[in-house]
Design a protein around this ligand. Structure first.
Ligand SMILES: [Zn+2]
Length: 367
């Protein structure tokens, strides 16, 4: 995620903070300052920091639950609207997804119970709607906030935690793809309601609503796309007719090739046909400006390009393109010779072709 920087690492997962988070802190400080001066501003900021510590712990509930199923998480990012844990995938087995989804809210419940029982924090349930009010003690407000986090995350607005539980339950009867479609529609409907409620006085809720709406659409689209390409192999989808550069090519050679072809990425292939790297249009244009046309392409190409055999499942390639920031996934024959490559764009084309084919098949079946 851009515009964020790393704070620290916990057990192999980086905790990152988005720069807009500081806008939230400044906004909270300003509001409290105008009401009660410096003391109120410090109190407000301390409360928000404590709240976001609880959000980080919530995300690590998901992270450690997912780890039990062999799923790693590269980072947890703090945004003004909450935390996002970048799990490398969600488990598709319903029981596992339910456990991973519930692990986050469970952390908030435990925190609230500990604060109330062990530290004897007192909170008034009626005051929960006005979390910023400074009438109760800091611990009491943090306990109340955790009850709110627990309850809010369990609202079945996919892809929030409650929505993931709903998707997993639906998947038992409907299968993963249809369950995702139904859960995403419910999530988008709830997001619209959140948006309206937010417009009546809570700008953060509007942001949360937009986030849920877009995330639901994105995730449903991704699951649908994977369904369309299920059973396909790398060799079915790869670009097999392309121009390549050699390790002695310069940026000027690449610029000529960029104009002559419709390609936007150029494999750099050595004399034996093995892939050395991939030059992207962006890197090429940047190099023309910075280091000039005589720069060798091997100095500016992307080197860590994942490679797969021709019979690799497209399903995995989807994930590879998402996870590694590589521009392409290269397809090689058993001798390591480059035979083609796959980009996000040509996967999109395959999905477009397959969705039209299946729409026609459905029409034919219902006629
Ligand atoms: Zn969560």
């Amino acid at each position: 995620m851009g515009w964020s920087f790393r704070l620290f690492d916990v057990a192999g997962t980086a905790v990152r903070i988005h720069v807009t988070f500081f806008l939230l802190l400044a906004w909270i400080a300003a509001i409290h300052w105008s009401k009660g001066g410096a003391a109120a501003a410090i109190d407000g900021v301390v409360f928000i920091l404590a709240l976001f510590l609880c959000v980080v712990l919530h995300e690590f509930g998901h992270v450690f639950a997912a780890r039990r199923y062999g799923i790693r998480t590269s980072d947890v990012t703090l945004l003004p609207i909450g935390g996002v844990a970048s799990l490398e995938r969600m488990p598709e087995k319903p029981s596992q997804e339910i456990l991973v989804a519930l692990a986050g809210p469970a952390v908030n419940l435990v925190i609230a119970v500990l604060l109330v029982v062990v530290l004897e924090a007192r909170f008034d349930l009626l005051q929960m709607a006005q979390l910023e009010e400074a009438q109760s003690t800091l611990l009491g407000r943090i306990a109340a906030a955790n009850v709110v986090l627990f309850a809010f995350n369990l609202i079945p607005a996919f892809p929030m935690d409650g929505g993931r539980v709903l998707r997993a339950l639906l998947a038992i009867w409907l299968g993963y793809t249809r369950a995702t479609r139904v859960a995403a529609s419910i999530g988008q409907g709830l997001a619209v309601i959140f948006g309206f409620l937010g417009l009546m006085g809570n700008p953060l809720l509007v942001l949360v609503a937009v986030f849920i709406f877009l995330a639901a659409r994105g995730e449903a689209g991704y699951v649908q796309a994977r369904e369309y390409t299920r059973g396909y192999l790398a060799s079915h989808a790869m670009i097999s007719s392309f121009q390549s550069l050699n390790p002695l090519s310069t940026v000027d050679d690449a610029a000529a090739l960029l104009l002559r072809t419709t390609q936007q990425e150029f494999p750099v292939v050595d004399g034996a046909g093995a892939l050395r790297g991939v030059l992207t249009r962006e890197a090429l244009i940047a190099a023309l400006r910075v280091s000039g046309g005589s720069t060798p392409v091997i100095d500016i190409m992307a080197r860590d390009v994942p490679t797969v055999p021709e019979n690799a499942c497209l399903d995995n390639i989807f994930q590879m393109l998402q996870r590694s920031r590589a521009p392409v996934v290269a397809v090689v024959d058993p001798r390591g010779k480059l035979v083609g490559y796959i980009t996000a764009e040509n996967l999109t084309e395959l999905v477009m072709i397959q969705s039209s084919r299946s729409a026609r098949a459905e029409q034919a079946a219902s006629a």
